[in-house]
Design a binder for this molecule. Structure first.
Ligand SMILES: Nc1ncnc2c1ncn2[C@@H]1O[C@H](COP(=O)(O)OP(=O)(O)O)[C@@H](O)[C@H]1O
Ligand SMILES: [Mg+2]
Length: 239
């Protein structure tokens, strides 16, 4: 049951958007997903309150340094993935969450070039890895990428980060109005009206590609039953 957190010390990097896109896409594909809303601004909680019950998704708010490990233990019994949204900070909550994650996603705006907030998380991870003699798998996700950003520019950023030994997700999160609408209207890319939202099909494709990459990185063993939406986890070493 992978725990995936989204961290960048700065606000506005696209953490909450990427976290929600991943969670709703995994849920759409039949996985049971818990979102831990560890940002005191509670954007995901507000989205959930505005959306009403969502198939395969539960949201836990009021997450603290003291409670996060217990939440993860509890939620892992009934979920396939846990997605954690964090505040734009480098504080005790972010440090704790990073230490408990199976993979840390670091969203960085592809066009802004202001990668300082992301670099702070990369430094934090390095420090924790050295101090704790452990490995914290992590990847940079380029976000809000527009058609103005050329493939060559993206490859340059990837190259720079690769030189530092940082993995960059192949799928960037593209700038799409649909991704803003989710927070304004509630629901998911699949409950929206394609007639009202421009390029909704492209937004869905992008979210699918991103979630597909995450699933390949962090696979969950499941047995599909005759009901396509219900999934059961294989119990490892079961008799
Ligand atoms: N891919 C995107 N396309 C369109 N708008 C986006 C995208 N990513 C983020 N935004 C917008 O940018 C702002 C900041 O994004 P958000 O996900 O809240 O960042 P963070 O959680 O890092 O503070 C929000 O208004 C959000 O709607
Ligand atoms: Mg946020």
């Amino acid at each position: 049951m992978p725990v995936i957190s989204f961290a960048n010390a700065k606000g506005g990097a696209g953490k909450t958007t990427a976290a929600l896109l991943l969670a709703t896409e995994l849920a759409h594909q039949g996985y049971r997903v818990a979102i831990l809303d560890a940002d005191p601004q509670r954007w995901i909680t507000q989205w959930f309150d505005a959306s009403g019950p969502q198939h395969n998704i539960e949201v836990v708010s009021e997450v603290s340094v003291a409670s996060v490990q217990g939440h993860i233990r509890e939620l892992s019994r009934t979920n396939d993935y846990i997605v954690m949204d964090l505040a734009g900070a480098r504080d005790a909550m972010v440090t704790t969450a990073v230490g408990l994650s199976d993979h840390v996603m670091i969203p960085i705006q592809g066009c802004a070039m202001d990668a300082k907030g992301g670099a702070q998380i990369l430094d934090l991870i390095k420090m924790m890895e050295e101090a704790g003699r452990m490995v914290i798998p992590h990847s940079v996700v380029l976000t809000r990428v527009t058609s103005m950003v050329t493939t060559r520019a993206l490859l340059t950023i990837k190259g720079l980060l690769a030189a530092r030994g940082v993995n960059v997700m192949n799928t960037p999160i593209v700038e799409r109005s649909a991704y803003r609408e989710i927070f304004d209207c509630g629901g998911t890319l699949y409950s929206m009206d394609a007639a009202k939202i421009s390029n909704l099909d492209k937004a869905r494709e992008n979210a699918q590609a991103f979630a597909g990459e995450v699933m390949r990185l962090l696979p969950v063993k499941v047995i599909r039953t005759s009901q396509p939406r219900r999934l059961f986890r294989l119990v490892r070493n079961a008799a």
